[in-house]
Design a protein around this ligand. Structure first.
Ligand code: NAP
Ligand code: BGC
Ligand code: ZN
Length: 359
């Protein structure tokens, strides 16, 4: 079967030939429909995040997958079920985090991530997975099922942020999403659709006309240009934010978020920056966190519960939003286009087989 991988010492994805995987006990064989591409994949290709399985001469990419069960084995699934795999796997032996169903809370060294860290990804015509790492989704969202994983990441971060405000009567009205990439825009649409914010904002660094600015404004949110209004000036320029969701990976934003927050507000940090030394007024930020009851939570990955929430939320996101968010779905013949990263590209996917063909 064909797979998309980065070869050892390679700096771009190529098509490789691999054996089709065979079932072991407790697993299902899944025929891949589509696999999305995100900022993390670009980091993996560039070698700045994650690492291939030990000893492998190539690394199969992809962690945002949707597929159809081809062979159900002894699992609870039936052939034809549309499923999405979670990303983390035990690094050999299982551990308490996986046993609790919370591998997203596992510390470094106690997990692999398919397509990112230590285990091949899903960008192949078929993949196998233990049933506990597969989530069934409605057939009606098979085409956009590759958005369930990034949406699950947003669900988890929002869940953690809200949990940190659960000890008092918190009624958030304003939210700011930092980043107009795939994750930022999906989160903005989720906050608009499933939460009760009066005012939403989204930060980027693009000139008009730009498709992401159109998306932001079509969702009824306000575009904030970080070149004109840095994150620590947002409160004065617009308003203090009850929730900030950082999805830029720009390290200064983690600290500037504290200044953007309203009293009692919470910032969820999701970016994965490389080391970068810069000056901050630590005393001021510390004081601000304490005296204004502000919180910052870091959030990574997501578990089955968040995937289920995402699968429930996805069908109610506006179809017009999804149409413009997904700027390209490419067959294997043209897969390179899915990895292009310019201002016309928002969310892309590689298609391994079409859902219609399968029925
Ligand atoms: P992405 O497509 O690279 O999006 C990042 C966006 O942030 C881009 O649109 C970029 O704008 C914008 N941006 C970067 N620096 C900025 C600045 N200083 N001011 C304004 N805008 C800025 O990546 P993604 O897939 O959406 O993911 C977003 C981040 O979350 C990445 O850092 C990724 O590694 C991380 N992530 C984390 C998790 C997790 O579990 N914690 C999961 C998924 C992704 P331009 O395009 O104009 O440069
Ligand atoms: C993935 C997460 C993963 C994180 C860190 C993200 O792009 O969506 O599942 O945990 O990267 O590697
Ligand atoms: Zn991702």
């Amino acid at each position: 079967m064909k797979a998309i991988a980065v070869e050892r010492e390679g700096d771009r994805p190529v098509v490789v030939e691999r054996e089709r995987p065979t079932l072991t006990a407790g697993e299902a064989l899944v025929r891949t429909l589509r696999v999305g591409v995100d900022g993390t994949d670009h980091d993996v290709i560039a070698g700045t995040h994650g690492s291939p399985p030990g000893g492998a001469d190539h690394f199969v990419l992809g962690h945002e997958a949707v597929g159809v069960v081809e062979e159900a084995g002894e699992t609870r699934f039936s052939p034809g079920d549309v499923v999405v795999p979670t990303v983390r796997r035990p690094p050999g032996e299982s551990n308490e985090y996986f046993e609790r169903g919370e591998p997203d809370m596992a510390p470094s060294g106690t997990y692999h991530e398919r397509g990112i860290l230590g285990e091949h990804g899903f960008m192949a015509e078929y993949f196998t997975s233990p049933e506990e790492f597969l989530v069934r989704i409605p057939d009606s969202i098979a085409d956009v099922g590759f958005l369930v994983e990034p949406l699950s990441v947003a669900e988890k971060a929002i869940d953690l942020a809200y949990a940190s405000r659960s000890s008092f009567d918190w009624a958030p009205e304003s939210a700011l999403v930092l980043g107009n990439g795939g994750l930022g825009l999906l989160t903005l649409a989720l906050l608009d659709d499933a939460y009760d914010y009066d005012r939403l904002y989204c930060l980027g660094r693009r000139d008009r006309p730009d498709p992401t600015i159109d998306i932001i404004e079509d969702l009824g949110a306000t575009y904030v240009d970080s070149r004109e209004t840095p994150v620590d000036a947002v409160a004065a320029e617009h308003e203090p934010m009850d929730l900030v969701f950082e999805a830029t990976g720009y390290a200064k934003h983690a600290f500037e978020t504290i200044e953007a927050l309203a009293p009692n507000g919470v910032g969820a940090l999701l970016g994965v920056p490389e080391p970068w030394e810069f000056e901050v007024d630590g005393g001021r930020l510390h004081r601000e966190l304490v005296l204004q009851n502000k919180a910052l939570v870091g959030s990574v990955n997501s578990n089955v519960r968040h995937f289920a929430a995402a699968a429930e939320a996805l069908p109610s996101l506006p179809a017009e939003f999804l149409d413009v968010l997904v700027t390209g779905v490419y067959d294997l013949d043209d897969f390179e286009a899915a990895f292009e990263d310019d201002d016309t590209t928002i969310k892309t996917a590689v298609q391994f087989s079409s859902y219609e063909e399968r029925r």
